[in-house]
Write a protein that binds this ligand. Structure first.
Ligand SMILES: [Zn+2]
Length: 676
């Protein structure tokens, strides 16, 4: 072999290796370390080089398969219909070339296209047999994926049973495909909760969706508010449609969630107008998109055009350039969260990016900052796609002048000056002073938040004032605030003081134990864990005395949570805080078996069936118990009323047979609000 050939071969091998490594990080680890634009660039380099030297294309080249290996934690399933990926276009010229190819192959002068959003999520394949969802799998490498049926079933917009379309039998077998994604609002909320618990922050909604779908415990997935759009599929037997647009309508009729944003275009100018529209307006959508997909609308023509070795000839993805910008790091500062995590934040020279001015970017933790070698004064490439948190992708070392300063972590907390400690189990650095003012402020805003004590009116500014003036030294002090305490603050008038007091008075009585435990802000004790603890330990005292073995015996509670709970109760400050809560008039609603609380629903019994949109089952039960009602598991003639959420199952049928009173979620909410 000549030397040119040998060096090309080496170059190809090196490129493949790099792409494989990035594929692994992206698909298997959900932790990409280069931007999509950089990845696309590498990939195109490989495609171009292989096109020039086709003899050197190896069967294991990344261009020769659809994706990467599945992570392997779930059973592997072979897709009955392989999932394909799409060829990409980045410019109008490339779209026009695609169109010309289609016209030529089809031997026509006009073709109609369906133009859809390219949702930034995870591709999923579903199987419905006789109308019932029998399998849901991730794309994996396109031929084989992971069976995540149990997790997919938790997505509320995904029908477990298809609706019957009038005058048509349900197909024996069908295979709709779509994209699972996390809406932006859910993503923000999840990251706020993760940060509050001191857990991993997700870089973007796609990673968050992938991480959520790969949870081994479907309970966790269920809490992640995933959603899904169906965008293609196969139906066995006669098809009641002829175009892609009609197929989507048919799917929608069957009860599958289909994107409302599909345009049927007759010219490339129309197609381009849609691409341009979403490139500029896409950021206003409630979910992230990274492009637009253009498909030949006529299904017979799709079939005629067929596939290349890799891609369908009848579709192409127009990918938006990710919004990236270069700016300078002015400073690196530390932020102390309520769990004590001290995280570095880059203060940037303000730059306009993806619809807003960005002046700060999180650097996540010390390890991440060191890995990317980010220094004060550095020029950095930052990215903010349709996502919310701007992130630093990498430093531009070629712009260094030698004046950049390495940020060194101080030994002491920047706020309370107590010594910092590395966390044993994560890359986080912690301020371990429970009374650190920054931590206290974080704990207070968590304490009053909607899912915790739900006390309205205590915004960040007020909390800051309360802590800075020394009126509130721990969370219990908040409930002990008097009218004159509040009036002594700037900008608090008589009316707002009364409103705050009224809000506290109603919310500090009969607090369900689970809610209170969550409100305390114990590290690693999120909403679900708090409910588990409250179920297993019916009183605060019994929980206080629980041993590590007793705690870890609860399904869903591991060593880390158990340690954190024990440390919390062992803290010398805790008894004092509880004494103050007691003094402030806080009462807990403790479920005593057989002894219901007296209230407007005393003597009435309820069954809750199906999934409620606004609250979990435990929470709904707590609301009823708070009003004196009792909550049962089984339907009988003695039940006063059945509360019915989504997918209620056989209990509803039974209740209907017995002629019991039935309330839907709206009516249930109206009832409990009526008594509040
Ligand atoms: Zn501190």
């Amino acid at each position: 072999m000549d030397t040119v050939g040998a060096s090309v071969e080496q170059e190809l091998a090196a490129l493949r290796e790099r792409i494989d490594a990035h594929n692994y990080r992206y698909y298997v680890l959900d932790a990409p370390d280069i931007s999509d634009a950089e990845y696309d660039h590498l990939y195109r380099q490989l495609v171009a080089l292989e096109a020039a030297y086709p003899l050197f294309v190896t069967p294991d080249s990344p261009t020769q398969r659809v994706g990467a290996k599945a992570a392997g934690r779930f059973p592997t399933v072979r897709h009955e219909m392989p999932l394909f990926s799409l060829n990409n276009a980045f410019t109008r010229e490339e779209l026009d070339e695609f169109h010309e190819r289609v016209l030529k192959l089809a031997n026509r002068d006009q073709v109609t296209y369906a133009v859809e959003l390219k949702i930034d999520g995870l591709a999923i394949s579903l199987t419905y047999q006789s109308g019932l969802l029998s399998l849901g799998a991730t794309r994996g490498d396109g031929a084989e994926g992971e069976d995540v049926t149990l997790n997919l079933r938790t997505i509320r917009s995904l029908p477990l049973r298809l609706r019957q379309v009038e005058g048509q039998p349900l197909p024996d077998w069908m295979n709709p495909c779509g994209e699972v994604y996390m809406p932006k609002a859910a993503f923000e909320q999840l990251n706020a909760e993760q940060a509050a618990k001191g857990d991993k922050i997700f870089a973007n909604p796609r990673n968050a969706a992938a991480g959520s779908l790969r949870q081994l415990d479907p309970q966790i997935t269920a809490g992640r508010q995933l959603d899904m759009f169906i965008y293609s599929g196969h139906v066995r037997g006669g098809l009641p449609f002829h175009t892609h647009g009609e197929m989507l309508d048919y799917f929608r009729q069957l009860g599958l969630r289909v994107s409302p944003y599909v345009d049927i275009c007759h010219t490339m100018d129309e197609v381009w107008a849609v691409c341009e529209k979403w490139r500029t307006e896409g950021r206003h959508l409630p979910f992230a998109i990274d492009g637009v997909v253009i498909k030949v609308n006529e299904l017979a023509l799709q079939q005629e055009l067929g596939f290349t070795a890799k891609f369908p000839r009848w579709a192409i993805a127009f990918k938006f350039p990710p919004e990236e910008a270069i700016t300078r790091v002015r400073d690196i500062v530390l932020q102390v969260g309520r769990t004590g995590a001290v995280t570095p934040v880059a203060e940037l020279e303000p730059v306009f990016l993806a619809g807003s001015t960005v002046a700060r970017a999180t650097l996540h933790n010390r390890e991440e900052m060191l890995r990317k070698d980010i220094r004060i004064g550095d020029h950095v490439l930052i990215r903010k796609a349709a996502e919310i948190i701007p992130e630093v992708i990498r430093v531009l070392p070629e712009k260094r002048t030698g004046t950049e300063i390495l940020f060194t972590y101080p030994d002491a907390c920047p706020t309370c000056h107590s010594p910092l400690q590395p966390d044993e189990r994560s890359p986080l650095i912690l301020c371990i002073n429970w009374n650190c003012p920054d931590r206290l402020k974080g704990r207070l805003s968590h304490f009053v938040s909607r899912n915790a004590m739900d006390i309205e009116g205590f915004g960040d500014v007020l909390i800051e004032q309360l802590v800075d003036t020394g009126r509130v030294k721990d969370i219990a002090d908040l409930l002990g605030l008097t009218r004159s305490d509040l009036l002594a603050l700037e900008r608090i008038g008589e009316k707002s003081a009364d409103n705050l007091l009224a809000a506290m008075t109603t919310k500090k009585q009969n607090v369900p134990l689970g809610r209170f435990l969550f409100a305390l802000g114990i590290r690693h004790v999120g909403k679900e864990v708090a409910l588990l603890l409250a179920e297993a330990f019916p009183s605060l005292e019994s929980l206080q005395q629980a041993s590590s073995e007793q705690l870890t015996a609860i399904h869903g509670i591991g060593q880390q949570i158990a340690e954190s709970v024990i440390n919390f109760f062992a803290d010398p400050a805790t008894p004092e805080v509880f004494a103050k809560f007691h003094q402030a008039g806080l009462t807990l609603l403790l479920p005593i078996p057989g002894e219901a609380v007296a209230g407007p629903l005393s003597g009435q019994s309820f069954v809750i069936t199906g999934t409620l949109d606004t609250m979990g089952r435990n929470e709904a039960a707590a609301e009823l118990e708070k009003l004196g009602g009792s909550v049962k598991d089984t339907i009988s003639k003695k039940i006063t009323c059945v509360i019915v959420g989504k997918n209620p199952g056989s209990k509803l049928e039974k209740a209907e047979k017995l002629g019991l009173q039935i309330l839907d979620e709206a009516a249930f909410l109206a009832m409990i609000r009526g008594y509040a």
